[in-house]
Ligand binder design. Structure first.
Ligand SMILES: [Mg+2]
Length: 266
């Protein structure tokens, strides 16, 4: 990990590569990258301009657009409302190609285990104000953005206890103001993106040049997976990352998408 440099400073180097690549695969995280972080994750919205840009990009020939998130694919499809896009949900545990049903690695036994973990956490943390336990069916997310800071040690302790009790069958993952328990199946955003990339030359008729945008710790697995073979951009300034470049915020992301659209429209 090191400190990324501003993408704008090296843009001249990337523009011709993105323009001349036989195909481009643009993958992006959702929350904090395409959609602003809001107080309650259920109220997240994709800005209209970003929606339009994604739609236009996905309509370009030899261009693939995929959304990669900790949210479920069903949730992403409801929020993004673009059928031409590919979706990777629950940190790689769910995959859906454009207009295709969701393919999930999570079995009924996993779901039962997740449900049990959620019930357990409800029992031990249910009294904490502002805490939101979300059962995504394939995982349970503990959102503590709106909980008091002095409740955090107890939240962490309880989540770790439930994790320990699962005896290696659940994995504990942390992101921005969120702790999450999910089936330990060795999946990550990075492995899921690589799997989609392997399939893309057949669908696009050319080997795509990969681009990835993300703002959180869980996006680092994609940056690592694509190191040396694509353009990796971390969203947000002042954070160490495997990604060599950064844009400061969602406005920077939009500017990049607009520029990419221009380059692929020539
Ligand atoms: Mg994010």
């Amino acid at each position: 990990m090191s400190r990324p440099v501003p993408l704008a400073e090296t843009w001249r180097q990337w523009a011709p590569r993105l323009q001349q690549a036989p195909a481009v695969a643009l993958f992006s995280d959702f929350d904090g990258t395409l959609a602003p972080i809001v107080r309650h994750a259920a109220r997240a919205r994709l800005p209209l301009q970003t929606h339009k840009l994604l739609q236009q990009l996905a309509q370009r020939p030899r261009m693939f657009v995929g959304i990669v998130s900790g949210r479920s694919v069903a949730d992403l499809r409801r929020l993004v409302r673009l059928r031409r896009l590919g979706y990777i949900g629950i940190h790689g545990l769910e995959v859906a190609w454009p207009r295709q049903p969701v393919w999930s690695r999570v079995s009924a036994a996993h779901r039962a285990r997740i449900e049990k973990a959620k019930t357990d956490l409800e029992g031990s943390l249910g009294d904490i104000r502002g805490l939101w336990l979300e059962n995504k069916s394939a995982s349970v997310a503990v959102h503590f953005r709106n909980a008091a800071a002095n409740a955090l040690p107890r939240i962490e302790r309880e989540v770790r206890r439930v994790h320990r009790q699962a005896g290696g069958r659940l994995k504990l993952q942390s992101g921005k103001k969120i702790l999450e328990l999910l089936p330990a199946l060795g999946a990550s955003k990075g492995t899921a993106v690589l799997r989609m990339l392997r399939e893309l030359p057949r669908r696009l008729g050319a080997r795509p040049f990969p681009v990835y945008l993300g703002d959180d710790a869980t996006d680092e697995s994609v940056f690592s997976a694509l190191a040396g073979r694509g353009l990796c951009v971390r969203v947000g300034a002042g954070t160490d990352s495997v990604a060599p470049y950064f844009v400061p915020d969602a406005v920077g992301v939009r500017r990049f998408l607009r520029y990419l659209l221009t380059l692929r429209s020539g």
